[in-house]
Design a protein around this ligand. Structure first.
Ligand SMILES: [Mg+2]
Ligand SMILES: [Zn+2]
Length: 201
């Protein structure tokens, strides 16, 4: 796809930015199995997350959080409370650590295009930031994350966590123990699946 015009205003980004998309629960913070983080007090960073994000940023990746939070449409927490949790999370991670957080508040039955496994949040970010999806990564801990990543055409890394339902066994997914290991893999270029057939420059 070359330079057809609608995005022409952002000419500097024509080559495309590389991004690492991060799921939230189970990647950034501890997953509460069968529950949602409803207050900041319930939010616990997983070990190594800050350093991993800092390393990705240093290497020039955009870091974008894409999170399903149906707790809002389920009425368990209001939008303002969720925004406050995210404000504190971003503050703890440090200024500029995360370029943007996209959040779907819907449930499956709302049939939106943003709730993973739909790729809407990734596609939206790609537009907003001029992201080259084929040279970008998604780190998640669920089959939904991996499906959204596949639909968006980004490389898939799965954190082996508490999520039931395991890894889709299609061979295109790298499995790691945490975000730190995912970042190492990305930075080593080892997560390149080779599916584009081009040399990693
Ligand atoms: Mg998750
Ligand atoms: Zn949605």
């Amino acid at each position: 796809m070359s330079g057809v015009s609608e995005n022409g205003k952002q000419g500097m980004r024509e080559t495309g930015n590389r991004a690492v998309f991060l799921d939230r629960d189970g990647v950034i913070n501890e997953l509460l199995v069968g529950d949602w983080v409803k207050r900041w007090e319930e939010f616990r960073f997983l070990p190594g997350v800050k350093d991993a994000i800092a390393a990705l940023k240093k290497a020039g990746f955009l870091v974008i959080v894409v999170t399903n939070q149906s707790c809002v449409s389920r009425g368990l927490i209001c939008e303002e409370e969720l925004a406050e949790i995210h404000r504190r999370m971003l503050e703890e991670l440090g200024e500029g650590a995360v370029d943007r957080l996209y959040c779907c508040l819907h449930r499956d039955e709302d049939k939106c295009n943003c709730r993973k496994p739909e790729p809407g949040m990734l596609l939206r970010a790609a537009k907003d930031f001029g992201i080259d999806l084929g040279r970008s990564f998604m780190v998640g801990d669920s089959a939904r994350d991996m499906a959204a990543a596949a639909a968006a055409g980004v490389k898939r890394i799965m954190v082996e966590g508490k999520n039931p339902g395991a890894v889709p066994g299609d061979g295109g997914i790298r499995v790691v123990k945490d975000l730190g290991e995912a970042a190492e893999l990305i930075l080593a270029g080892a997560a390149e699946s080779g599916r584009t057939g081009t040399c990693a420059g």
